[in-house]
Design a protein around this ligand. Structure first.
Ligand code: GDP
Ligand code: MG
Length: 597
């Protein structure tokens, strides 16, 4: 295809602003998918994405569009994920295209992820076409939101396309704007092959599928190619474009986007950002590499029923095959038995993986408190990367500890600003910026990631009744006065409940934990001390008193059916308990004890 007749673009938007719906309309209007095959949110393939209405894996579609100028154009849309955890996937797919549609819900305005995503597009030198969506809604305010785009983002919104992705209004104008306002790709057909590895995933029929964007040269089925970073060599088995289902194609030239398969064994063998070239006639220089996506949040996953361990291993291995950013290693816990320590890109990623294990593999899980990676600097000059607070070395051997920090951007209606500032302050935040746009404030905070991983997002949503939006990026490590707090139940440490905390907060945190645990652990026939400690020093203590009588005693002896009901209930409850020494701790205690309110 002639380069002048190709347009490659992505859609950037805050979650729920209508990105998937717009993609559906573009596919539908151009007849890419026959009307009878159309289902809502064509590109959100996984069930869990559909249910939660989020797009997790970047997806792409090739659309043929006969434009008003009489020419037929090939439009390659790369759908990018909209959530903070997947910012890295957004950034890599941005590199593969030349332009972006910036979709903003005209009834809501610019949100935190609008900003984060559009800045990535600007960084990738994209031409940007603003699109105001949902103008069918009575609350839509085109004037106000246009001004906001200009004030907050700093791009011209005077010729924004006004649409309703729901009704289809304005969609032809979007297609014309893509052709007229976005640049055609550049590239040299006669140069040696240079293609970018944009994404890869595991397909149960085809094995590893690799998405590529050709920069120079031509790639054909049967070619022998080489990955320049990994050095691995492959023969191309299949070349296809996504419409969005795979359609085989003989070759892909400059500016084109498609997929290939090449008997690659694991997703891990493909490096996103790698350069693919011909083995015989390679290009001179590889593309500049991408930052790898590294897990930043870790937690333990343990089966509630220890008989499920092998099934859990199987599930985790399968999921990891398809998701190179998810890492795992075996872990043993005195409290929870055998399980896995898993690494995730962020909290949503954690939630998605955990849900998939529970749902698709039908395994009940205990999730330990999410933790970040600490750099522990030892007195002897060595450094430990601490993924699990349970592994914390003795404090007397430690010189200092550094923790990851983030730059958080929060957009919030004025009336909730005070609550947000308090929340950030409570979480050891340092304010970096505070500006206003209309009736909304934008606050930027430097925060320790460890104060955010657990329930920051939930708190943020609850104090602002859902009106705040939030996005973050990692900014580096800094030292602080951190200590490991252990929890002892019946005088024995419960490793799954230990956590790293700031020294000034340890006491408050410890007290809250033991009080919660006292509520969460059922009474036993004996007294149970519950303590929080730093090293050997107890900082908080509660005692769970002994059960006086048999539980069935309160049924006044007579009512047999009631008695049986109670015993059955106890039995059912038992399944969800973990024996710990002489004490039984219910599964929910592990997660609920850590919630701060
Ligand atoms: P995404 O998260 O950006 O992919 O957003 P979706 O495309 O999933 O849309 C989020 C919600 O907004 C869905 O319930 C859509 O039906 C709805 N929606 C999308 N576009 C419009 C529109 O133009 N008008 C109205 N009223 N609702 C829309
Ligand atoms: Mg979507």
């Amino acid at each position: 295809t002639d380069l002048a007749h190709i347009r490659n673009f992505s859609i950037v938007a805050h979650i729920d602003h209508g990105k998937s719906t717009l993609a559906d309309r573009l596919i539908q209007l151009t007849g890419t998918v026959a009307e009878r095959d159309m289902k809502a949110q064509m590109l959100d393939s996984m069930d869990i994405e559909r249910e939660r209405g989020i797009t997790i894996k970047a997806n792409t579609v090739r659309i043929e569009y006969p434009a008003k100028d009489g020419q037929t154009y090939i439009l390659n849309l790369i759908d990018t994920p909209g959530h903070v955890d997947f910012a890295y996937e957004v950034s890599r797919s941005m590199q593969a295209v030349e332009g972006s549609l910036l979709v903003v819900d005209a009834s809501q305005g610019v949100e935190a992820q609008t900003l984060a995503n559009v800045y990535q597009a600007i960084d990738a030198d994209h031409e940007i076409v603003p699109v105001l969506n949902k103008i069918d809604l009575p609350a839509a305010d085109v004037q106000r939101v246009s001004e906001q785009i200009e004030d907050v983002i700093g791009i011209d919104a005077s010729d924004a396309v006004q649409i309703s992705a729901k009704t289809g209004l304005g969609i032809p104008e979007v297609l014309e704007a893509i052709v007229a306002r976005l640049p055609a790709p550049k590239g040299d057909r006669d140069a040696p092959l240079k293609a970018m590895l944009v994404d890869s995933w595991y397909d149960s029929y085809l094995g590893v599928v690799v998405m590529i964007r050709v920069i120079d040269g031509v790639i054909r089925k049967g070619d022998q190619v080489k990955m320049m970073q990994t050095g691995a060599k492959y023969g191309i088995d299949k070349l296809a474009v996504l419409k969005p289902q795979m359609v085989d194609i003989k070759e892909l030239g400059p500016g084109e986007i498609g997929i290939l398969t090449a008997s690659i064994k694991q997703v891990r063998d493909t490096k996103v950002g790698d350069t693919i070239t011909h083995e015989k006639k390679p290009c001179a220089k590889p593309l500049p590499g991408f930052a790898p996506s590294v897990p930043v949040v870790f937690c333990g996953l343990f089966p509630v029923d220890s008989n499920d361990f092998e099934d859990l291993r199987d599930a985790i291995e399968k999921l990891a095959l398809n998701d190179a950013s998810f890492t795992y290693e075996m872990e043993t816990s005195a409290a929870l038995g055998f399980g896995f320590r898993c690494g995730f890109l962020g909290l949503l990623h954690l939630e998605v993986i955990r849900d998939r294990i529970e749902r698709e593999y039908d395994i009940d899980l205990i999730t330990t408190a999410p933790s970040v990676i600490y750099d522990v600097f030892m007195r002897d000059g060595s450094k430990i990367k601490l993924h699990n607070p349970a592994d914390m070395p003795d404090m007397s051997l430690v010189d200092h500890i550094e923790e990851p920090r983030i730059k958080a951007t929060i957009l919030v209606p004025d009336e909730y600003l005070g609550d947000i500032l308090k929340l950030c302050q409570d979480r050891r935040g340092v304010q970096l910026d505070l500006t206003y746009a209309g009736s909304r404030a934008m606050v930027v905070y430097d925060l320790p990631l460890n104060e955010v991983v657990f329930d920051f997002y939930d708190r943020l949503k609850s104090v602002t009744k859902g009106y705040a939006s939030f996005d973050y990026q990692m900014i580096g490590y800094a030292a602080d006065a951190l200590v490991k707090m252990s929890i002892l139940v019946n005088d024995e440490p419960v490793d799954a409940l230990s956590m790293m905390v700031h020294r000034d907060r340890a006491e408050t945190r410890g007290r809250a934990m033991v009080e919660k645990l006292k509520e969460l652990i059922p009474r036993h026939m004996f007294k149970i001390p519950i303590q929080a400690a730093i090293g050997g020093r107890v900082i908080a203590r509660e005692t769970l008193s002994a059960m006086r009588k048999d539980v069935t005693a309160k049924c006044y002896g007579g009512d047999a059916s009631r008695k049986r009901k109670l015993l059955d209930k106890q039995k059912a409850g038992k399944k969800k308990m973990r024996q710990f020494g002489k004490v039984e701790i219910p599964q929910e205690a592990f997660i609920n004890a850590l919630k701060m309110d």
